[in-house]
Design a protein around this ligand. Sequence first.
Ligand code: 5GP
Ligand code: SF4
Ligand code: MG
Length: 466
Amino acid sequence: CGVFGVTGVTDAANFVALGMHALQHRGQEAGGIVSHDPAHGFNSARRFGYVRDNFTKASLMETLPGSLSIGHVRYSTAGSKGNTQIRDVQPFFGEFSAGGAAIAHNGNITNAEALRRELIERGSIFQSSSDSECIIHLMARSLQRQVPERMKDALRRVEGAFSIVAMTRTKLIGVRDPLGVRPLVLGRIGEDGWALSSETCALDIIGAEFVREIEPGEMVVIENGEVASHRPFQPARPRFCIFEHVYFSRPDSILGGRSVYETRRQIGVELAREAPVDADIVCPVPDSGTPAAIGYSQESGIPYAMGIIRNQYMGRTFIEPTEQIRNMGVRLKLNVNRALIRGKRVILVDDSVVRGTTSRKIKEMILDAGAKEVHFRIASPPTSWPCFYGVDTPQREKLLAATMTEDEMCSHLGVDSLRFITLDGLYRAVGEANGRDPHAPQYCDACFSGEYPVEPADQIEKGFAL
Ligand code: 5GP
Ligand code: SF4
Ligand code: MG
């Protein structure tokens, strides 16, 4: 998901809609905005579909007045997965004795089901199936008066990944979980305006200046143009999601002081060193494989070419939740540039292999177009474990790499060769010169290593074996 908020600007909801538009790659199922102004109080709108199809209508935006506003773009990983109901669309809103608050959450709460059971037993009335709603109920039960203090109480009981943008009548609040699994940044706009965003690319769109990242375990409370920093949690060693660098974030964003584009290009350089092969052209599987393909081509000296053309009017295939749509999706989205491919030995670079649906289809399309050889180079290690922290990977059984070796995957996909970047190579590309520290990994890489930095309690209860 993507979260965004602004304060201290006229018609804040317009800025939020723009920010959400720039974060659309983080969630395309639905979006919601909450705003507040003294005359009308809190207002909210939740809609299915793209930001551009909903939140640009003047009639709708007029219902969201005020200088303080937050928004959320949804990609379901918990709750009604693949079957989003409007009641699951964030931001969630709650009215407490200290006044109302709205929250927008990116990440996944790993003990949400246990918390929900406990809360329902104690009388909470849940409206949605979303894991994020627990936070509002925990806040309602806190004995603290002020909303930020209630939120601290609530979040100390929550496990897993959360980057949250929240608001009260007067405050904009941002929080990251102690490990800082999902991103969140602070920006400055105009004289005394501030913005919080999942990624820096959404600051650019509203002309805000990137100030800094919210630190893992930090809460910022912004009021009257001032930013106050709090540390509500026990300090921990950060474990940012390494897959944000590989795929999830936009290449024009800055993560951990590094350009995402540059990191991805460097992944391609590492791949070319680790897994060279003689071929005529290097083609990306667009768009997610493009920067890595550029790096691979630069390092190997094999010319870069656009062998696959992407229809710009399709979203991210993976994020379309049902199997059927996903199967068609590849063809709806990608087509082979036949004239270029015929008779060539082709290196295809993609960011990841999950179920193998994309790679299989693409291989068929490329061979059908007359390629002589097809070599897959993948910009992440084999995805052999599900993510429980906010990225929608399927159950373990459906992950190709969970049941097959690299050689078996190669013959299953029917390609001439298949190589993944190593975990150390990936760490080098994100700037860790000595690779991964096996005793204290610098990132979360559970989907590749199976080492989960936060125990997935709900999953273990349901029988998931580590
Ligand atoms: P597959 O077709 O193998 O199931 O999925 C791989 C494709 O899904 C890649 O092209 C990648 O760009 C895309 N993808 C989108 N979202 C995700 C995600 O959350 N995890 C992974 N590993 N790949 C994703
Ligand atoms: Fe990111 Fe993978 Fe960790 Fe999920 S399991 S947070 S996708 S690195
Ligand atoms: Mg892709």
